[in-house]
Ligand binder design. Structure first.
Ligand code: GLU
Length: 483
């Protein structure tokens, strides 16, 4: 059996859409599962849309995601260069071969790439004005230095088919096809042409990409046929949809939430969680309920025959849930490294027990960006409504709150080991002494030190993080407001 060779061929757009990352992941998995080869190729022939720094985003993404490739622009390989902009001459040579064979032609219509109205045929494409120019006319135009593009000469009758592993047999009537541009007037190839030549020259025999290419692949099949090259196996991947506010779905876009890998990372999703989640967007091992997969497990389990063709719905709640499980599984130190930048956005003062804060946060957040709003009160005591201290359910009034605070301050001042368990004991002592319920004490103290109704952690846990001095200071300040 021949070795499977896949590739990821992104255009450097400046961001990595999660649909593209899924394509990269599946291409990687298919290759690795079969001990094949995975190539990275940069499709940068659209020079008008050049975005500086965009290539780095691609490299960084694949590195962070752990999708290592065997050949690519930054590591080289037998088919180098792997940047299409550096392969210009190669494409021109192959385009000329097609012209000689009668499968392509020079077109001098000018600006024809833009499909201006006068140049349209009934299917909306170019009207084929130059398709049958005489050899002399062509020669004359070339000698006169007229700008040109090179177009594919598609058959006008019959039909063309290919088999897609996900969507099945695809057949298109040739009369609906276009004489698409292969080489543009700037001498650069179009994607349509360049990727066919490259896939062939690089030995790519399994092509995975978004289903938006499902029908245009017919044009590429005709190119393979014209060259007499063996067709790759095609796997077009289902669309990724997002849920709209009205319950309908539409193609996943920014209005549904973050759609780029970088934005998801910034929101505090872990790379492994993102990868795990998108692996399941369109694929799942047969007869298996398992949802959590490491990358090596995916390599073992991945079978491209199980890719589904129905559109996948990107469910942010599900991803958040999955992310929370990944966060919960980190060691405290690992979590601390990830959480620190989010903590430092709002808490810059020294905390008595930083690890205690981490331990409070770790099981209580789904994504790292939830951290700042949850911990702002550790930085400074918010100016809260003092009347909140009186709470029927907690059986507190402003009067007993005053007593609680006084007794708590007194008791805590003599505490030497400032630890949650000790503080917990002490507050229960206060409750017994005042003949009040423990929940009343906890309510008043928690509010007094946090200024917040909802907090990560209870009264004593918060005080453990704040330390003795700051905790007592906050209790006194709250008591002062009550006097
Ligand atoms: N450069 C194309 C894209 O980013 C690649 C499509 C393909 O994989 O053939 O959409």
């Amino acid at each position: 059996m021949k070795q499977i060779v896949t590739r990821f061929a992104p255009s450097p757009t400046g961001y990595m859409h999660i649909g593209n990352l899924r394509t990269a992941l599946y291409s990687y998995l298919l290759a690795r599962h079969n001990n094949g080869k995975f190539i990275l190729r940069i499709e940068d022939t659209d020079r008008e849309r050049f975005v500086s720094g965009a290539e780095k985003i691609i490299f960084d993404t694949l590195k962070i995601a752990g999708l290592n490739y065997d050949e690519g622009p930054d590591i080289g390989g037998p088919s180098a260069p792997y940047r299409q902009s550096e392969r210009k001459e190669i494409y021109l040579k192959y385009a000329q071969q097609l012209i000689e064979q009668g499968d392509a032609y020079y077109c001098f219509c000018g600006k024809a790439e833009n499909h201006d109205d006068q140049n349209e045929n009934e299917f909306g494409g170019y009207n084929r004005h130059c398709r049958n120019l005489s050899t002399d006319e062509v020669k004359h135009n070339l000698e006169a230095g007229k700008p040109y593009v090179i177009r594919q000469k598609v058959p006008l009758t019959g039909s063309t088919s290919y088999h897609d592993h996900v969507f099945g047999d695809i057949t298109v009537e040739n009369e609906t096809l276009q004489d698409i541009v292969l080489i543009k007037s700037d001498g650069y190839p179009t994607y349509n042409f360049a990727h066919v030549v490259d896939d062939h020259l690089m030995g790519v025999n399994s092509v995975l990409r978004g289903s938006e290419y499902l029908t245009s692949t017919i044009q590429y099949v005709l190119l393979y046929k014209a060259f007499g090259w063996e067709l790759p196996e095609y796997y077009h991947l289902p669309l990724i949809m997002g849920k709209n506010a009205d319950g309908e779905v539409s193609k996943l876009s920014k209005r549904h939430g973050a759609v780029s890998f970088a934005d998801l990372l910034e929101q505090g999703y872990l790379p492994q969680a993102i990868l795990n989640y998108i692996a399941l967007l369109g694929w799942h091992p047969k007869d298996d309920e398992q949802e959590f997969f490491t990358l090596p497990e995916l390599v073992t389990e991945f079978n491209a025959d199980d890719i589904r063709k129905s559109a996948a719905i990107f469910d942010y709640d599900k991803l958040k849930w999955m992310n929370s499980k990944y966060i919960a599984n980190l060691s405290l130190a690992e979590f601390g490294d990830l959480a620190r930048p989010y903590i430092e956005r709002v808490v810059t003062r020294e905390l008595a027990d930083y690890d205690a804060l981490l331990a409070l946060l770790q099981p209580r957040i789904q994504i790292l960006s939830e951290i700042p709003e949850k911990i702002e009160f550790f930085q400074s005591l918010p100016d809260f409504d003092i009347n909140l201290l009186a709470n029927d359910k907690k059986k507190t009034t402003l009067e007993n709150a005053r007593e609680i605070l006084k007794a708590t301050i007194n008791t805590l001042e003599s505490v030497e080991t400032w630890e949650n368990s000790v503080l917990f004991e002490k507050l229960n002592e206060v409750a017994t002494n005042l003949n009040l319920k423990s929940m009343s004490i906890m309510w008043v103290v928690r509010l007094a030190v946090s200024g917040s109704m909802v907090t990560v952690g209870g009264a004593t846990e918060i005080m453990e993080v704040l330390g003795k001095e700051e905790s007592i200071d906050r209790l006194i300040r709250t008591l002062d407001r009550l006097q």
